[in-house]
Design a protein around this ligand. Sequence first.
Ligand SMILES: [Fe+2]
Ligand SMILES: [Zn+2]
Length: 271
Amino acid sequence: MNNAIQTGIRPHIRGPCHASGDPDATQSLRATHIGLVHIALVAMLTALVAAPLWAEEGTTLAALEIAYGREKNAQADRLAFAAEAEREGHCDAACLFRASARAESIHAARIGAAIEQLDARPAWVLASVVVGSTAENLQACLDREIAERDRVYERFDTYAREECLYDAAAVLQYAREAGATEVGAFQAALDRLKNEQTPPAIASASPREIDDGPAENCAATYYLCPGDGSLFSIPTPRGCPNCGTRGSRMLVLSCISGGRGSELAGRVAVR
Ligand SMILES: [Fe+2]
Ligand SMILES: [Zn+2]
């Protein structure tokens, strides 16, 4: 569902691949105008509650900046969530959070490069993160990835096409599709966590079984595309279906656990 709400900013009605520029304006007035519009666009797009229906000049750059901040913050959030999952002993979830953090860093790098192509500098502000329980954190990631797939990046991609910035549009489309690969992974991890927490399985196990058995499946492996940051839970020998990166180039992220036997599952890393 779109949150399209017409703003007070009058859209420039233009044909496709318009020529930008106002020959009657002085350079300084034009720079001031662009600066103010840019600030307004960033504010609107950050909230996505009053996003313009049409792409003002500079909307794509503002959208890329928002996207860059989202990706960098997602990376930071997921590392914080991984630490919490480790603290709770959910090393399966911790594996996913760390693999996802790697994926987000690739999304951010690509979007940062697109910003530089528009002669701007990528910058972002670390937002505070609410670290809940691991189940809540998985749900938060799931909701975020779904929102980006269905709403945020779809809109941003449209802006880029309206401004005829097709490289930027491609980057946003790749970010959308790559992020979508995480939706299934987070949903599956959430389902596993809920099943784990089913009391009868624990109650029926003997103390010895609980002590010796794998409290968590820490053998998780994820397959990360270095091209666009798509993340898969199964090998993709034919390559990345989203960007075509060869299968031989896919990164294999295997979980390693810092050990078990204590009440904590141990620190988990991906390599
Ligand atoms: Fe992402
Ligand atoms: Zn890919």
